[in-house]
Design a protein around this ligand. Structure first.
Ligand SMILES: Nc1nc2c(c(=O)[nH]1)N[C@H]1C(S)=C(S)[C@@H](COP(=O)(O)OP(=O)(O)OC[C@H]3O[C@@H](n4cnc5c(N)ncnc54)[C@H](O)[C@@H]3O)O[C@H]1N2
Ligand code: MOO
Length: 414
């Protein structure tokens, strides 16, 4: 028997965990977050926790769609530029005026966009089709009954379901809630994520690199990914490679954390602090049949906080976040849409992939041509390729070669 490194073993080599199985395990770790009412201004990006029924109709009353004159359409029958119809103007109705007297036959009320239609009028003639008169008006065209009138309830009828539970609240959803007079909405609290990065070679961007050091990037990148997914992120960087220091760093945050995400320190080396500290606390480590992102772990720290341990290689960490964490995080925070948009695309160049692993390559999808171009080699340290990519290509476990022009599944990242 030969393992994924090409090394021969006896029959005791553990099988790789399937991607779907690890996804399910992580999804099962996160319970739905609590629900609370929040002011609309604080709801952007959160998931609505209950259907929203319209407390009023929209528009609430019949109103004019144009600046012009409220009239009876019969009074303008036959009006043309050559033979205009002349009507006396009795009232001015700006938006907000509600005491305009009923329109008498053969007269006009000057009316503004959004103003309530006066009783007796059945249409509006826009000012551009008239001479714009104040005392009297000459209309140069006829209009159909109902022309330029916005009817009460034509957008929303009172009681109708306007937004369903699980909707992610974006500007338009907040807009319609405000238009309905709703000031706060029941929403799920975001998942509170503690990000922890270890590694004695890591230093903060902005400082000078000493030999053997690299800049810490996973923590910042994953914190941004958590926020982009609608979660709350707290970042703990430069936790020393020491088991006691690791537990001490965690302790003050446990009561306010739903999910701990670590990166690094989980593979097969001698200084794997995450693995050393979390083994025996309820976290299990495994190798998943994917590339990048093979070394993974998850569980509950001392029976409480959910834990996901991501591999340290930066591309592995980000791809693993996309595949395992992001959908679980969104589901727990009540979002019905947990997955990013998927497309099928035509591969521009051939590629090779390892047998028995699902490969995620970084690509640029061109929506105009439906093609996808690889961004860099498969190596999981190649962060610049990820930064140029707008999608992940998925090569199934049983596929080792794809010719140019093959159809591939891609997940859009932006
Ligand atoms: N003998 C084996 N070696 C390795 C295996 C294996 O199965 N057997 N797996 C390889 C794979 S695949 C991966 S992925 C990595 C995962 O390693 P770790 O999760 O233990 O991560 P580290 O060793 O701590 O770091 C890996 C790499 O990433 C850099 N790193 C780590 N954290 C950060 C950070 N916060 N910001 C930027 N860069 C970071 C670190 O410097 C290393 O270069 O293991 C392989 N090895
Ligand atoms: O899984 Mo590692 O993620 O191949 O670099």
């Amino acid at each position: 028997m030969t393992d994924d490194l090409g090394v021969s073993h006896g029959t005791g080599t553990p099988a790789l965990t399937a991607v779907a199985d690890h996804q399910s395990k992580i999804a099962a770790l996160l319970a739905p977050t609590p629900v609370a009412a929040k002011p609309l201004a604080d709801c952007l990006g959160l998931a609505l926790a209950a259907d929203l029924a319209a407390p009023i109709s929209l528009p609430p009353f019949d109103n004019s769609a144009m600046d012009g004159y409220a009239i009876r359409s019969v009074d303008l029958a036959g009006a043309t530029p050559e033979q205009p119809v002349r009507l006396p103007v009795h009232e001015d109705i700006p938006a907000g005026r509600v005491d305009a007297p009923p329109l008498q036959p053969g007269t006009a009320h000057r009316i503004m966009t959004g103003a309530q239609m006066p009783p007796g009028a059945d249409a509006v003639i826009p000012v551009e089709r008239t001479d714009g008169g104040i005392e009297q008006v000459r209309a140069f065209a006829s209009v159909q009954p109902g022309a330029h009138v916005r009817r009460a309830g034509e957008d929303v009828s009172v009681g109708a379901t306007v937004l369903t539970a699980g909707t992610t609240l974006a500007p338009a959803q907040l807009g319609v809630a405000a238009a309905l007079g709703v000031s706060e909405l029941p929403v799920h609290r975001p998942v509170r994520v503690l990000l922890l990065s270890t590694g004695s070679e890591l230093v903060a961007p902005g400082t000078e690199l000493q030999p053997g050091q690299i800049y810490e990037s996973n923590g910042l990148m994953l914190a941004a990914a958590v926020r982009e997914a609608g979660g709350e992120a707290t970042l703990l960087r430069f936790v020393p490679d020491d088991v006691d220091a690791f537990h001490a760093a965690l302790a003050p945050h446990l009561a306010t954390t739903d999910l701990l995400i670590t990166s690094g320190g989980v593979s097969a080396g001698a200084y794997e602090v995450v693995k050393d500290a979390l083994t025996g606390t309820g976290v299990e480590f495994t190798k998943v049949a994917m590339q990048p992102g093979m070394p993974q772990g998850c569980g509950r720290y001392r029976g409480g906080v959910a834990v996901v341990t991501l591999p340290g290689n930066p591309v592995s960490a980000m791809v693993s976040f996309e595949v395992f964490v992001r959908p679980a995080l969104r589901a727990a925070a009540g979002h019905h849409v947990t997955r990013r948009p998927a497309r099928q695309a035509t591969l521009v160049e051939p590629l090779s992939a390892p047998a028995g692993k699902r490969q995620y390559r970084r690509g640029r999808f061109d929506p105009a041509t439906g093609t996808v171009t690889l961004q860099g080699a498969p190596g999981s340290h190649l962060l610049a390729g990820l930064a140029k990519a707008n999608c992940l290509l998925e090569v199934p476990e049983d596929v080792t070669e794809l010719a140019a022009e093959s159809t591939v599944d891609v997940t859009l990242l932006d």
